[in-house]
Design a protein around this ligand. Structure first.
Ligand SMILES: [Zn+2]
Length: 82
């Protein structure tokens, strides 16, 4: 049996790993430092829309990446704990 992972699942797993290994550092004001495999990236949350943006190549091309996904996971966690 073959299990094929979809691209979005890989992204999610990467994001979970980033959160669990403490590579997401909140800088305040909706800005986060994310230490990725290839460098440190800045993820910012738009206060009006809540949308996340990242300055890595992946996000520029595909409008999504493991860094912004990691921040999404982290902020979701915070909301649940309240
Ligand atoms: Zn990114």
């Amino acid at each position: 049996m073959r299990l094929r992972q979809r691209r979005s699942d890989v992204l999610y797993e990467k994001a979970r790993y980033l959160v669990q290994s403490g590579r997401v550092e909140p800088l305040g004001n909706g800005v986060y430092n994310v230490v990725g495999e290839h460098g440190t990236y800045t993820v910012a949350q738009d206060p009006a829309t809540g949308k996340l943006s990242c300055n890595c190549q992946g996000f520029l091309g595909k409008r999504r990446c493991s860094h912004s996904q990691a921040v999404a996971l982290l902020t979701a966690k915070h909301h649940k704990s309240h």
